[in-house]
Ligand binder design. Structure first.
Ligand code: GDD
Ligand code: MN
Length: 367
């Protein structure tokens, strides 16, 4: 039990939206996992219509370790986490989902690691030995998740095999230090913390499994992924859309015209079949785009000689992945009843942001 003459050792921050049925089981699980540790749990609820906050308060009546912050007229996972963590006076703060998908028995392991003083941050990872992400629903979710990981890995100052993890722990004073630099948008608070730190954080990765969600439903949707792209862009260019990006997007638009012209020509004059014709048109358009970007967008760091060929191959690989993401996202949106124009446009925007971000770091690496 928490000693009233001391702040708790650990505050567990639980962002929640429509998690009413998960509240009581979650607190019982925390109680079992954190035996021997002075802990408290802070639910941050965005006025869930299902009465999540009322459920937390009901339990708080008989358990003083349970607190609730209810925000009205606001939504957002990252900002909820920030507010919860900043309301704490404990030595350490942990962030965990309120839907029982994260394995709370990892908490004492994370605390142990931080208490040695050897680490600034403990992250539950699905991608280190012993972890797994069986609970990630669906093929597209896997693709989005893996794509996001690859994308963010390219920008990270530290090695983090699961930068999308929503389950981590750090000393509360460190959180306070980093708070001013946080973007607070969207989902990826962990990434935001790591990118906001002036010195690379010493990270301890703790293997963890990601359970299936039993009650309620996931709130991670495509808007969240778009915000994620925005967060990365924001961190890369410090708030303004750089000229380079605009040039890159214009070249991309030109490439679409080249693609269509070649495809039309091949269809008219050859009988190769759509698949082959489409593949040829795609590759020609990519080479065209690469050349144009190399001479316009990246005029100041133009690749030449062997570096030119290496860059071209990399560019084709990067854009190939971008195309897959574009098609996948547009498909998902279209299946969830978006108009074909909106689905296509959002897919294309995500594709171009991906291509730009990846080729800026991998192909035309600033030297
Ligand atoms: N306060 C608040 N406001 N909480 C929210 C909001 C919001 O707008 N949106 C989601 N949450 C809460 C949920 O209630 C849940 O407790 C937690 O944030 C995670 O949301 P889920 O909707 O369950 O996310 P998920 O299972 O799809 O995503 C998981 O995997 C991601 C990586 O793939 C989470 O662990 C994420 O944190 C993780 O990034
Ligand atoms: Mn979840």
């Amino acid at each position: 039990m928490t000693d009233p003459s001391h702040a708790p050792t650990l505050s567990v921050i639980v962002p929640c939206y429509n998690e009413r049925p998960n509240v009581a089981p979650m607190i019982a699980k925390l109680d079992a996992a954190l035996a021997g540790i002075a802990w408290e749990v802070i639910y941050v609820d965005d006025d869930s219509p299902d009465g999540t906050a009322a459920e937390v308060r009901r339990i708080a009546q008989t358990d003083a370790r349970v607190r609730c912050i209810r925000r009205v007229g606001r939504r957002g996972l990252a900002s909820a986490v920030i507010e919860g963590a900043l309301s704490s006076s404990a030595a350490f703060v942990a962030v965990i989902d309120g839907d029982l998908q994260h394995d709370e028995t990892r908490l004492p392991v994370m605390l142990e690691a931080l208490r040695t003083g050897d680490y600034d941050l403990a992250v539950a990872s699905r991608h280190v030995e012993g972890g797994d992400n069986a609970g990630l629903a669906g093929r597209w979710r896997h693709m989005l998740s893996d794509g996001g990981i690859a994308l963010s890995q390219a920008f990270l100052p530290v090695k983090l095999t699961d930068p999308m993890s929503g389950f981590f722990m750090l000393p509360r004073p460190l959180f306070e230090e980093l708070a001013h630099g946080l973007n607070g948008q969207g989902f990826k608070i962990l990434l935001d913390l790591v990118l906001s730190s002036p010195a690379p954080l010493r990270v301890k990765e703790v293997p963890a499994t990601f359970r299936e969600r039993v009650a309620g439903e996931s709130k991670l949707d495509l808007l969240v992924m778009i915000q994620f792209g925005g967060l990365l862009l924001d961190k890369i260019c410090g708030g303004v859309l750089p000229l380079r990006f605009i040039s890159f997007a214009l070249v991309g638009g030109f490439g679409v015209l080249v693609h269509l012209a070649i495809l039309g020509g091949l269809r008219h004059f050859t009988g190769l079949g759509f698949e082959v014709e489409q593949t040829i048109a795609t590759i020609v358009a990519m080479v065209f785009n690469f050349k144009l970007n190399n001479s316009i967008t990246y005029r100041d760091q133009r690749l030449r000689g062997p570096r030119l060929w290496r860059g071209m191959v990399l560019f084709i690989v990067v854009c190939g992945v971008g195309a897959i993401a574009n098609i996948g996202i547009a498909n998902t949106l279209y299946e969830s009843h978006a108009t074909w124009t909106a689905a296509g446009a959002i897919g294309a925007v995500i594709g171009v942001v991906w291509n730009y971000a990846m080729s800026a770091t991998l192909v035309w690496r600033a030297r």
